[in-house]
Design a protein around this ligand. Structure first.
Ligand code: ZN
Length: 84
């Protein structure tokens, strides 16, 4: 049981790191004034932004902190566009 619990903590730490990493990627791949990604220049949301958004959604289930980063205003905009 103790081994199981420590694995759960380790996975929560991994999930937390994944969320932090992908929130940083989302902050880079933000919408510019022309409808393109500010970082890679492709139509926004670019592949990286979509992938990172999915990863944040996925790993937030287990992350130790699930509050969006202060810089993630674009994330909320993106989420609104995807919800029915
Ligand atoms: Zn991009």
């Amino acid at each position: 049981m103790a081994v199981y619990q420590s694995q759960a903590v380790a996975f929560a730490q991994y999930a937390t790191a994944q969320v932090a990493y992908h929130e940083q990627a989302l902050a880079l791949h933000e919408l510019d004034g022309t409808g393109c990604c500010r970082f890679c220049g492709r139509a926004w949301p670019c592949d990286e932004a979509r992938h990172s958004r999915r990863m944040v959604d996925h790993f937030s289930q287990w992350a130790l902190i699930d509050e969006p980063a202060p810089t993630s205003g674009l994330v909320r905009t993106y989420l609104k566009g995807c919800r029915p």
